[in-house]
Design a protein around this ligand. Structure first.
Ligand code: ZN
Length: 180
């Protein structure tokens, strides 16, 4: 069965990888690290939008062909909704942008290890590559608390950890410091 993936209609690009980095690809591993850091920085920027509503700052961007097509932050408090996690909202936006639920040409960058709900959404959206900033030993479902992706689920993404880990961890500690 052939599956039609992304549509050919124009997709609104939020931000592209700068030329300087894009030109280097895929020449060396160092450039790939720069690329990952660039998109994780964008996820960190998205996370800051959480804090104005008192939400724990978690940010997520979804990248397709080195272009950000969706960005979101944790908005549980703002929306008074338990499912308003950054990854879930970003996945919804990416599906809407592409006109389909299979995000097989996408990569997901998130500042905090996904929870079980979001890890499930990553599986369901068939996202092939996930880049994680800070680990979450208490609630993470990508190896922190347990590893959903190793349970025999029908889709197993490649996981890349510790992308700008210190910056992503600092996001969380700074906000809690501010609340005390
Ligand atoms: Zn989540």
């Amino acid at each position: 069965m052939s599956v039609k993936y992304d549509t050919d209609r124009p997709i609104k690009v939020i931000k592209s990888l700068p030329e300087g980095i894009a030109e280097c690809l895929p020449d060396g591993i160092a450039d790939e690290f720069e690329r990952r850091k660039f998109f994780m920085r964008e996820a960190i920027k998205a996370a800051w939008a959480s804090s104005s509503s008192g939400d724990v700052p978690v940010g997520c961007v979804i990248v397709r062909h080195n272009e950000i097509i969706a960005a979101a932050c944790n908005e549980r408090e703002r929306n008074k909704c338990a499912t308003s996690h950054a990854e879930l909202t970003a996945i919804e936006r990416a599906c809407a942008a592409l006109g389909g639920w299979r995000l097989v040409s996408c990569e997901l960058f998130v500042t905090l290890e996904p929870c079980p709900m979001c890890a499930g959404a990553i599986v369901n959206a068939r996202i092939p590559k996930v880049y994680i900033g800070a680990p979450d030993p208490k609630g993470g479902a990508a190896g922190g608390m347990f590893d959903l992706f190793s349970t025999g689920v029908n889709h197993k993404p490649e996981i890349y950890r510790d992308i700008l880990k210190d910056d992503c961890s600092r996001l969380l500690t700074e906000i809690f410091k501010g609340k005390r």
